[in-house]
Design a protein around this ligand. Structure first.
Ligand code: MSP
Length: 519
């Protein structure tokens, strides 16, 4: 049976339509899910929306809509965006789905019965933008650092989860590989931050609201609703059948990877594993927090008016190139900047020129010199050092790519592919096939075969990132079903289908995009 692999993105708040920040995590998760699937794994890729809580209730009210009606509208935008970006999720979960709401209630009842929840009084400051209680370290001049808004004062009788009891078990789970709940937080610097804070101690947390109707009712006290973060985290269980499909649940839990940005790492690396331990469930295996990015040097903010929607990028670059450009802009684990000008430059350099032209030239030459049918060299044909070097670079690219994806260093994975693209372009210059066409037909056959083989491998490599482009590549190369091969087979050099394959028309993969003046 195929080994199961379970990956999640955060479920995004639906107070507004999706922006490129949400797309960033979702694209990254999609690339990993696609790659794992072609390794033969049985993948479950979960994404969705976080629909309860004060923030959503306020947004709905501002639009004079009932919360659920407002959520339905925004959810449609998320689904459209993910369709346009070719996100291959296995389930889109909404926290308003019945199976999820039931799962939350069952889960909380169990925790309550086991004595992990008690009633107490909460007093403190709360940021609705963050949907969390804030402390001095979250504020500057009394305002939330992230939302530039003053938190509200909050005093209520609530239910509390005994988080304080999990300090030692959490430290052990993070630091001790033999701990039955062992999990890895990455990048390492983030793990150290979490551990540092964890060692200072943990206070119990309020997990319910007395004054907010828009939430899942607390099963043992229907006058209160579940704190939106507890509700939200449980999506990772309900999304794979915690409540209604035990077989699937057993198969996929624990999650192999929770992916998110650093803003919500504490919830995932501390509160979530503690809640799971309390319920006797294993912690997720790996939690990766990538960086936060700004756009053209500025924070993504409605007030600044620089919210960039995935659609804006797709309109300019197409879905595949958008996926590529977002992941290659800056290293995945660090903070960075997304600049449309830089994206456009890279679109022309890496995509139109380096990759697009390589395919174009190769296909055009096969069409021109061999009447659209790729010829095959005699098996006894002798190879030159540049032939062997191209092959060696292709083989190195395959292993470097895989290893980089395992580490989630997308920029490295892409660099590995582009090293091969550059080597192949250099190979064209070294061998000048247009001269060989006049002087040495036997050598021309070898050269065009090597280029077709390199491009076949490049198509497999770029597929998880640019699935439609990869398909167009193999169609132009005359092997339209090539991407159905298993990954293990795909990487073998020299398997370009024998017999003659008819190449397609040489159509530019990445048409040039017009320049636009940036605000
Ligand atoms: N609803 C919670 C998550 C609950 S998960 C159980 C939430 N939602 S959110 O809509 O605010 O999304 C936060 C996530 O969006 C980040 O963790 C990250 O994945 C993504 N990003 C939002 N803005 C981003 C940037 N500017 N840069 C990088 N990622 C961004 O928090």
């Amino acid at each position: 049976m195929a080994e199961p692999w379970y990956i999640t993105t955060p479920i995004y708040y639906v107070n507004d339509v999706p922006h490129v920040g949400h797309a960033y995590t979702t694209i990254a998760a999609d690339v990993l899910a696609r790659h794992q699937r072609r390794l033969g794994r049985e993948v479950f890729f979960l994404t969705g929306t976080d629909e309860h809580g004060a923030k959503i209730a306020e947004a709905a009210q501002a639009h004079r809509k009932a919360p659920k009606e407002y959520c339905d509208e925004i959810v449609a935008h998320f689904k459209t965006a993910w369709r346009e970006l070719d996100i291959s999720y296995d389930r889109f979960i909404r926290t308003t789905d019945t199976d999820h709401e039931e799962a939350v209630q069952v889960f909380l009842s169990n925790l309550y019965q086991a004595g992990h929840i008690y009633r107490g009084r909460y007093e403190g400051r709360y940021c609705v933008g963050c949907e969390k209680f804030v402390t001095d370290e979250d504020l500057v001049d009394g305002m939330c650092i992230l939302h530039a808004k003053a938190p509200i004062w909050y005093a209520e009788d609530n239910y509390f989860f005994r988080l304080s009891q999990f300090q030692e078990p959490l430290i052990a789970a993070i630091t001790d590989e033999r701990d039955p709940n062992h999990f890895v937080i990455e990048p390492e610097s983030r793990a150290n931050e979490v551990l540092g804070k964890l060692r200072l101690g943990l206070a119990d947390i309020s997990i319910s609201r007395a004054s907010l109707a828009w939430g899942v009712p607390i099963p043992f006290d229907p006058t209160q609703t579940t704190y939106v973060w507890v509700d939200a985290l449980l999506n990772y269980l309900s999304g794979i059948g915690f409540q209604d499909d035990q077989a699937r649940f057993q198969r996929f839990w624990p999650a192999d990877l929770h992916l998110m940005a650093k803003d919500i790492l504490w919830f995932h690396a501390v509160i979530w594993p503690a809640v799971l331990m309390a319920a006797g469930l294993r912690s997720p295996r790996r939690i990766f927090a990538h960086g936060f990015f700004t756009i053209n040097g500025r924070k993504i903010s409605k007030t600044l008016g620089n919210i960039l929607h995935p659609r804006d990028l797709i309109a300019r670059f197409g879905a595949d190139a958008t996926r590529y450009l977002m992941l290659s802009e800056f290293p995945f684990g660090t903070d960075g900047d997304i600049s449309e000008a830089a994206m456009e430059e890279r679109y022309h350099a890496d995509l139109s020129n380096d990759l697009g032209n390589l395919l174009n030239r190769t296909v055009a030459m096969i069409n021109r010199y061999f009447d659209s049918e790729l010829p095959f060299p005699e098996t006894t044909a002798s190879l030159s050092p540049s032939d062997n070097d191209l092959r060696a670079v292709a083989e190195a690219a395959l292993s470097r790519f895989e290893e980089a994806l395992d580490r989630l260093t997308f920029e490295d994975a892409l660099a590995a592919i582009w090293q091969l693209v550059s080597r192949a372009n250099k190979y064209v210059e070294e061998n000048a096939p247009w001269s060989l066409a006049r002087t040495d037909r036997a050598r021309l056959v070898i050269v065009l075969n090597h280029l077709a083989e390199a491009l076949r491998i490049i198509a497999h490599l770029v597929w998880p990132v640019m699935p439609n482009i990869a398909q167009k590549m193999v169609e132009q190369l005359g092997v339209p079903r090539e991407l159905e091969r298993s990954w293990a087979e795909a990487g073998r050099w020299g398997i370009f289908p024998s017999g003659r394959s008819s190449t397609g028309a040489s159509v530019p993969l990445f048409p040039r995009v017009g320049t636009r003046i940036e605000a």
